[in-house]
Design a protein around this ligand. Structure first.
Ligand code: ZN
Length: 170
């Protein structure tokens, strides 16, 4: 296993469409293990193969229970509702934006051996599935938000909101 370098916005690889995985071999297993290790080290909730420079349809996502899922050739097959929330990306470090996503999604994918399975997620997990799958088609969340905040701006905004809530209570 190895930690791979995460590409950042501006690298043209992040805007390319990834190819389906057709060989469920040792190379794929190594890629999935490396994605997991890289995601753990980066302390994120999702990572897609193109973010480490590999144009293959494979992602890893941390679900609501903290388990790390491997999704090969994933597709969203159903979705419900809508949520608006803050999103960030390991390829866009230090920036955050509000993005609308479905509240719940159902995903079909293959495991590292090629077996198909279905999984579902809501809230943050649904957001994460949508975000990671968009990477496979060369899309970043920054296309879906009208304003990007720096971490400092966000901290300040949270403080102001907290102060406003305090005032309401008094
Ligand atoms: Zn991302």
């Amino acid at each position: 296993m190895a930690i791979r370098t995460i590409l950042t916005q501006g690298d043209p690889v992040l805007n390319k469409t990834c190819h389906p995985v057709t060989k469920f071999d040792h190379k794929l297993a190594v890629l999935l293990d490396d994605l997991k290790e890289t995601l753990t080290q980066a302390n994120g909730v999702g990572l897609a193969a193109p973010q480490v420079g590999i144009l293959r349809r494979a992602v890893v996502v941390v679900d609501g229970t903290g388990e790390m899922l491997e999704l090969v050739n994933p597709e969203i097959i159903a979705q419900k509702g809508e949520q608006d929330g803050l999103e960030g990306c390991l390829s866009v470090p230090g920036m955050w934006g509000y993005v609308k996503r479905p509240q719940w999604v159902r995903v079909k994918a293959q495991d590292r051996n090629g077996s198909w399975f279905e999984t579902e997620g809501e809230g943050l997990t649904a957001r994460c599935f949508c975000h990671e799958l968009a990477h496979l088609d060369g899309h970043l969340y920054t296309e879906l938000t009208d304003h990007l905040y720096t971490t400092e701006e966000l901290d300040q905004m949270m403080e102001e909101q907290e102060a406003a809530r305090q005032e309401e209570r008094e």
